[in-house]
Design a protein around this ligand. Structure first.
Ligand code: GTP
Ligand code: MG
Length: 214
């Protein structure tokens, strides 16, 4: 019997590789958790906050910095994945379609993907692209956790107001609200909650379900 690492702590975090598509990703030998959301929502910052590294995932105030699928190995035991952002104003149709194909392949072929954290900015109203992405997950019965980012940039009142608006819009689409966490990479709010979800979900990974590849 091994002692559970509770509460989950990050003891090691290593950048593994950047991949242009799912086929280049590391072997599916460990459970993995993806972070997805519009450009600039705070995906890379959240990964850095979770791993307690200021520069593990590259952050930028210029949208579109992360164009590849980036794998990070945590505690030698599971992967965090920083996915390319979407929703640029000036993106060509061709690049958008490429992104959609890359994402669909990643979501459906990456059999070790246990959960996706879908990030939305807690300061802005629900965006069509985010709601569509959640619908895609729902229709395909893929699990996700909704993450409200940058909560430090709002007063408690304004945050409450925005959450109520968001929940009401979600309830038009969903019978019940998806699991959600309010986070801030600055104040570290919600970081342990994300880690707790990962800790609870890790046992769902069954390596026997992954086909052997050389
Ligand atoms: P792309 O890689 O372009 O898709 O963006 P991203 O989603 O990875 O966003 P990133 O983590 O690079 O953050 C974008 C900007 O928001 C940076 O200037 C961050 O410093 C800032 N930011 C991210 N999270 C937070 C947060 O919780 N609070 C505050 N105040 N700023 C944040
Ligand atoms: Mg990024």
């Amino acid at each position: 019997m091994t002692l559970a690492n509770y509460p989950m702590k990050v003891n090691s975090a290593i950048f593994v590789k950047s991949s242009a598509d799912y086929a280049q990703c590391p072997p599916m030998d460990k459970p993995e958790y993806a972070f997805i959301g519009r450009s600039n929502v705070g995906k890379s910052s959240l990964i850095n906050a979770i791993t307690n590294h200021s520069k593990l995932a590259k952050t930028s105030s210029t949208p579109g910095k992360t164009q590849l699928i980036n794998h990070f190995l945590i505690n030698d035991n599971w992967y965090l994945v920083d996915l390319p952002g979407y929703g640029f104003a000036k993106i060509s149709k061709e690049i958008r379609q490429k992104w959609e194909v890359m994402l669909s392949q990643y979501l459906f072929k990456r059999l070790n993907l246990i959960n996706t954290f879908i990030l939305v900015d807690s300061r802005i109203e629900p965006q069509k692209s985010d709601l569509e992405l959640m619908s895609k997950y729902g229709a395909s019965e893929l699990p996700f956790t909704l993450i409200f980012t940058k909560s430090d940039k709002l007063t408690t009142n304004k945050l409450e107001k925005n959450l109520t608006i968001y929940k009401n819009i979600l309830l038009k689409q969903w019978e019940s609200l998806p699991e959600y966490i309010i986070t801030s990479s600055e104040s570290k709010r919600g970081i342990q909650d994300v880690l707790n979800i990962i800790e609870q979900s890790n046992p769902l990974f069954d390596p026997r379900l992954i086909p052997y590849t050389d």
